[in-house]
Design a protein around this ligand. Structure first.
Ligand code: ADP
Ligand code: MG
Length: 318
């Protein structure tokens, strides 16, 4: 279902936490709330779910004003970072919990639990105690339990942040698969820009209780509305051109080995890519390239080179 937030303000005591947040999420969209710790992402999720009191503003689900509606009537379900499972209960009982509250028949519960176990790739684990499951498996149980509530909106509050590397990736892929299959309107809270870029239809970049930009991953990266947004998504070179400065990403700068007007200050190997810091007539410029390409050029600190902005580069006037 769709979600519309209009001029939402939230305060804790005298401290204002969310300032005039407006956001529209279409039915079936996958949106990320991205921003540093403390910027208000969890507070926004809780406001949507009805778990905290809002100062002013409107929260509409499917066009209906839900601002004063109880959480259980909104059916916007949050998967919290700490999961909040019942460790001594079985996996199946945990998943069935929201259906039990709604007094759904035992047969129907069992059917749903079985199909959800399959969806989150935990077939055969129904009778295990939650405390006997690994961290990644518990995440899957929490996800299945949220889906068992048949939510209108699925709200994920940094559910993978406790996981590392491969497991984190697997969980991300699972959430994406579930979203593709069910087309459930989903909001993912994350402070990982790569995760947001990879999974979202749109990203709301937040800072200090405000939304700086709400846009598709391509637009927010290639056409940032401000320097603040541009810098959030990685290093930017600001190069003066006449009356204005343009922003160019390090990958959009090419080194010309036969050139002479720049000095290589430093080459930093980072695995697949390497970063070159150049002293140019336009000031300090960073260039990122595939390591093997740079190795072929045989560039080291102190060398004289040239540089150019690639034709296909996104140059942003900022
Ligand atoms: N229950 C609360 N009482 C008072 N202040 C709170 C409460 N919950 C969160 N805050 C404050 O609100 C701000 C936003 O918090 P939060 O929404 O949790 O941020 P995020 O999820 O982006 O890390 C922080 O400054 C935090 O300290
Ligand atoms: Mg949070």
């Amino acid at each position: 279902m769709s979600l519309t937030i209009q001029k939402l303000n939230v305060a804790f005591g005298k401290e204002k936490i969310l300032h005039d947040i407006s956001l529209h999420i279409a039915d079936g969209e996958f949106v990320s709330l991205l921003g540093a710790s403390g910027c208000g992402k969890s507070t926004l999720l809780k406001s949507i779910a009805g778990l905290i009191e809002i100062e002013s503003g409107v929260v509409k689900i499917n066009g209906k004003d839900m601002s004063r509606t109880l959480p259980e009537k909104r059916r916007a379900v949050i998967v919290f970072q700490d999961l909040r499972l019942f460790p001594h209960m079985t996996v199946a009982k945990n998943i069935a919990f929201p259906m039990n509250i709604k007094k759904i028949s035992k047969e129907r519960q069992k059917e749903t639990v079985d199909s959800l176990l399959a969806e989150v790739q935990l077939e055969g684990f129904g009778n295990r105690k939650v405390r006997e499951m690994s961290g990644g498996q518990m995440q899957r149980v929490a996800l299945a339990r949220a889906l068992a509530a048949n939510p209108t909106l699925l709200l994920l509050d940094e559910p993978f942040s406790g996981l590392d590397g491969k497991l984190r990736l697997e969980m991300g892929e699972l959430v994406r698969k579930l979203h593709r299959e069910n087309r459930l309107t989903t909001i993912l809270v994350t402070h990982d820009k790569q995760e947001a870029l990879k999974y979202s239809d749109r990203i709301a970049l937040m800072k200090s209780g405000r939304i700086l930009q709400y846009d598709t991953p391509q637009n927010i990266f290639k056409r940032p509305a401000s320097r603040e947004v541009a810098d959030y998504f990685g290093r930017m070179n600001y190069i003066r051109r006449g009356d204005w400065e343009i922003g160019v990403r390090p990958f959009d700068i090419r080194i010309i080995p036969t050139g002479k007007n720049c000095t290589v200050e430093e080459v930093v190997f980072m695995g697949e890519t390497a970063e070159v810091r150049l002293n140019t007539p336009a000031g300090e410029v960073f260039c990122t390239a595939v390591s093997s390409e740079l190795e072929r050029m045989d560039i080291t600190a102190g060398d004289k080179v040239g540089m150019e902005i690639k034709n296909e580069a996104d140059c942003i006037r900022l």
